[in-house]
Design a protein around this ligand. Structure first.
Ligand code: PEP
Length: 249
């Protein structure tokens, strides 16, 4: 871990029922979480209210998506204003499932980030390459292109956390090695230094996501440029998620 405050987000994706989420929240409420870590969970939209009303204030709430502008005639969408109305502090944007399954494009994702930030939400900005892109030696190119789309649209990087999530590692059980993750995190920081500012590059938190679990988090957390994690599957188990939250200490 680097010098920034460690940040761990749990992305619950499209999982859970009222009952299972009530159990997960109660496990998280009774877990011991180190003080010096930002902890965020992202429930499905329909459970945000339930979670916000039952979870400890120690844990902030993130959405998994938000609409690109002010709400209105956009059937099926959820606006940033509505999220704020429910006490949501963060939104995950550019997740690989939205890029590659739903088909969201770089520019659209950048605009969503710009709008969310301008309205005061923090953004967990996800980037990452497909397996064939890694095998073709294009990892940095793909990550930089996705970063550029965020850079072109965000008013400031103050409330942004970058999540490097290689697509081949998400939900596959194939975690990146600490060296593979560290290498990309350094490249992302360099890109920010060269294209945004040295200050943003040194301050921003770059977290890793992709099959992080209670067994592999400690080794990853030792890397100097890994400032936390975005966790999918393992965030649905309270005690394991707590282990990941506490992995840097
Ligand atoms: C994710 O969805 O952001 C993620 C990293 O998933 P998993 O931990 O299940 O690979």
């Amino acid at each position: 871990a680097g010098t920034g405050k460690f940040f761990v987000g749990g992305n619950w994706k499209c999982n859970g029922t009222k009952d299972s989420i009530s159990k997960l929240v109660s496990d998280l409420n009774s877990a011991k979480l180190e003080a010096d870590v930002d902890v965020v969970v992202a429930p499905p939209f329909v459970y945000i209210d339930q979670v916000k009303n039952s979870i400890t204030d120690r844990i902030e709430i993130s959405a998994q998506n938000s609409w690109v502008g002010k709400g209105g005639a956009f059937t099926g969408e959820i606006s940033v204003e509505q999220l704020k109305d429910h006490g949501v502090k963060w939104v995950i944007l550019g997740h690989s499932e939205r890029r590659h399954i739903i088909g969201e494009k770089d520019e659209f994702i950048g605009k969503k980030a710009g709008y969310a930030l301008s309205e005061g939400l923090g953004v967990i900005a996800c980037i990452g390459e497909l397996l064939e892109e890694r095998e073709a030696g294009k990892t940095f190119d793909v990550c930089f292109q996705q970063l550029k789309a965020f850079a072109d649209a965000v008013p400031s990087w103050d409330n942004v956390v970058i999540a490097y999530e290689p697509v081949w590692a998400i939900g596959t059980g194939k975690v990146a090695t600490p060296q593979q993750a560290q290498e990309v995190h350094v490249a992302v920081r360099d890109w920010l230094k060269n294209n945004v500012s040295a200050e943003v590059a040194s301050k921003i938190r770059i977290i890793y996501g992709g099959s992080v679990n209670g067994g592999n988090c400690a080794e990853l957390a030792k890397q100097e440029d890994i400032d936390g994690f975005l966790v999918g599957g393992a965030s649905l188990k309270g005690p394991e998620f707590a282990t990941i939250v506490n992995s840097a200490t």
